[in-house]
Every structure is written in structure tokens, then in C-alpha cells.
Write a protein that binds this ligand. Structure first.
Ligand code: LHQ
Length: 255
């Protein structure tokens, strides 16, 4: 099994598990990811942790997969591969209502960056690297990277990285706002778990609303204000909000 999906209460973990190839993506792995997404969609956790087994996060598309075809002089159809496998995967991860934390334990290259960018919060090991490997193999950015990377680090930095096939280290990723926090490799799993636990102590509905409001930018201030009002109206009816107000504002018993 190239993908492991585990659950611990409201926290789910999706682990890329092909460590000998730095979790490079092959077809059976894509199929397993699709099955994992079926389960996550049917019963969404409050928090999903996305991480890689071994010393890599995800080295992107497995470059050996199409070797036989290319060596035999046959045509390869990357567009079909994207529309049939990568695009649905990225779309489905983005559409999950839960908070997604990516724990980038090592190198993220090519489509591996696209996977990390589906997360709401990215934590990384100090030795993690983000490598725009697409250019090196003569391809353009895919797996949502052309949309999500400029949104995180700005269009000029994203373009320069894409043009040079450049890599940034974890510290630069932190400085550029791609990553929320860095941890020593040995501490990353524990720090991720700690963040996940802090999140599940919060209101799932409020987190869902924050995701909706912030990930899809409203076209105007008025549209944003209208969306905020609608969300807040719904959240005002939740037990979480009512209990928090009661706990905060109840008159203190006289001493
Ligand atoms: C790999 C890979 C790999 C196979 C490491 N494939 N074996 C999407 C959809 C549709 C079509 C096409 O494209 C895309 C988008 C993409 O993702 S394109 C980008 C594809 N990825 C890359 O070009 C990255 C290629 N890998 C590397 O440049 C290096 O391996 C990095 C910089 C990631 C890691 O370097 P090192 O830390 O020095 O590790 P390593 O190179 O020794 O890798 C360990 C093993 O993993 C090694 O195998 P070996 O048998 O020698 O131990 C690598 O061959 C294998 N591996 N990435 N993408």
C-alpha cells in the first residue's frame, strides 16, 4: 500500500508511503489516493494531516513511469493524465471542508508542491526543500501550483521559481510565507499533532467558515461583507459560540 489513511478521533492522517522513491507518484498510488478521498469525503474529519513517510515529502510525478513509452518512441499524453488523475485529486483535496495541515518532512518537488499547497497550514522540517522540478524536465507547473503558489508567495517569486526550476530551502519558504512554521525533523510529527489537537478543540463550523471566507477571495468588499454576515449568522446559532459567551461573560459569583 502506497497510501496510508489513519484516524484518531477528529484527526485523520494521510501518509504518502513510497519512501524509497521519496514518495514519487505512480498510477496505483493515485488510485489509492482517490479511494482515501472517497473515505474522507464520506466522513470528513475536523483536521487532516498530509505527510510523507521517510526522508521525502513527495518528489512529484514518478519519472520512470513513462520511460518505456518514451524509450519506445511512443507519444505520451500528459494532458489526459492531469485531467483524469491529478486534477480531480487536487480539486477534491481543496474542496474538503476540514482543516488540512501539510507536514512537509523533506523534499517536495513538482506535483509534490501541488499536494502541499492544498493544505491550509504548512509546517516543514528544517531540512525540507521546495523544488520546482517541472522546468528541469521541460514541463510547466501543474497540480494547481500555477494557481496556489503565486497566491502564497506572490506572482513574481512564483514565476522566477518556475522559470529557473529553482529550489527554495525551508527557511526561504518560511520567509516568503509558504510555510507557517519550521521544526527540527525529529519534532515535526509531535508539533503537527499539537497543532491538530489545538484545532480540534476549536469549532469545526467556524473553521469551515474561515476556510470558505479566506480561501476564495470575494470579488469586492461588499461581497465579502455579505458573505461574512451570512457565515456569522449561522455561527451565532452554534452551541460552541453560545457556550463560549456564557463561559466568558457570566457574572462572577460574589465573594
Ligand atoms: C524518483 C523521483 C521521481 C522517480 C526521486 N521519479 N524516482 C505531473 C503530472 C503528469 C505528468 C508529468 O509531470 C507532473 C508534474 C511533476 O511532478 S514533474 C516533476 C517530477 N519530479 C522531479 O523531476 C523530481 C526528480 N527528483 C529529483 O530531482 C531528486 O530526486 C530530488 C531533488 C527530489 C531529491 O534528491 P536527493 O535527495 O538527492 O534524492 P535522490 O535523487 O537520491 O532520490 C532517492 C531515490 O528516489 C532515487 O532512486 P535510487 O534508486 O537512486 O535510490 C531517485 O531516483 C528516486 N526518485 N524522485 N520524481
Amino acid at each position: 500500500e502506497h497510501i496510508r489513511l489513519t484516524r484518531d478521533g477528529a484527526i485523520a492522517r494521510l501518509i504518502l508511503n513510497r519512501p524509497a522513491r521519496l514518495n514519487a507518484l505512480i498510477r496505483p498510488m493515485q488510485a489509492e489516493l482517490a479511494t482515501a478521498l472517497d473515505l474522507l469525503e464520506a466522513e470528513p474529519p475536523q483536521v487532516l494531516i498530509l505527510t510523507g513517510e521517510g526522508r521525502g515529502f513527495c518528489a512529484g510525478q514518478d519519472l520512470t513511469e513513462r520511460y518505456p513509452q518514451i524509450a519506445a518512441g511512443e507519444a505520451v499524453h500528459l494532458g489526459a493524465s492531469l485531467t483524469q488523475t491529478y486534477n480531480p485529486l487536487i480539486r477534491r483535496l481543496n474542496a474538503l471542508p476540514c482543516v488540512i495541515i501539510a507536514a512537509v518532512n523533506g523534499v517536495a518537488a513538482g506535483a509534490g508542491i501541488g499536494l502541499a499547497l492544498t493544505a491550509d497550514i504548512i509546517l516543514a522540517a528544517r531540512q525540507a526543500r521546495f523544488l520546482m522540478a517541472f522546468g528541469k524536465v521541460g514541463l510547466g507547473p501543474d497540480a494547481g501550483v500555477s494557481w496556489a503558489l503565486p497566491e502564497r508567495i506572490g506572482s513574481r517569486r512564483a514565476l522566477a521559481l518556475a522559470l529557473t526550476g529553482g529550489r527554495i530551502d525551508a527557511q526561504t519558504a518560511l520567509d516568503w510565507g509558504l510555510v507557517w512554521a519550521l521544526h527540527d525533523a525529529d519534532d515535526l510529527a509531535a508539533a503537527t499533532q499539537e497543532l491538530a489537537l489545538a484545532l480540534v478543540a476549536g469549532s469545526a463550523q467556524a473553521q469551515r467558515a474561515a476556510k470558505q471566507l479566506l480561501r476564495e477571495k470575494a470579488p469586492s468588499l461588499d461581497a465579502a461583507l455579505a458573505r461574512e454576515s451570512a457565515c456569522q449568522d449561522a455561527l451565532g446559532h452554534t452551541d460552541f459560540y453560545r457556550a463560549a459567551v456564557l463561559a466568558f461573560a457570566a457574572p462572577k459569583p460574589a465573594r
